[in-house]
Write a protein that binds this ligand. Structure first.
Ligand SMILES: [Cu+2]
Length: 145
């Protein structure tokens, strides 16, 4: 008798209903879309390690005719190969060699300003590019033969 009472007690036990906020609840709201990747959509503010380059360091590269002589912002010149372009996002990914006084060789994305510089670039193109150091943006790109 005691045992059957105990069983009846067990059988009548019900889990408390899930609150709608519980992920197992049938009416639980779907998880929010994960944020879109912004790997290449950074701004200079996202890159804390920018080291200002003394204008002197850029001077040997200015023979190429970079706009640095006209503006006040220092520039550096690098050479590399286009890996990908994203004209809509004003971005180019380049596999570049070492840029003296600026950064070592690497593959990375750069903002390009104006985006029209990307117009006739395609992956595989060898390029020489000028970077505005303060804006961390490519402001000139020339294809190399
Ligand atoms: Cu780099």
């Amino acid at each position: 008798m005691g045992a059957s009472l105990l069983l009846a007690g067990c059988a009548s036990y019900e889990l408390p209903p899930f609150p709608t906020s519980h992920p197992a609840h049938p009416q639980a709201p779907a998880a929010a879309e994960p944020a879109r990747s912004r790997t290449l959509a950074y701004t200079p503010a996202d890159v804390p390690s920018v080291r200002p380059v003394p204008p002197v360091a850029a001077t040997p590269h200015d023979a190429h005719g970079s706009p640095s002589t006209a503006g006040t912002s220092p520039t550096v010149v690098g050479e590399g190969e286009v890996v990908a372009t994203s004209p809509n996002a004003s971005q180019v990914v380049v596999d570049h060699g070492p840029i003296e006084g600026f950064m070592e060789a690497m593959t990375m994305g750069y903002r390009v300003d104006p985006a029209s510089l990307l117009a006739d670039l395609k992956p595989g193109d060898k390029v020489r590019f000028t970077i505005d150091v303060q804006r961390r943006a490519i402001i000139q790109i020339d294809k190399l033969p």
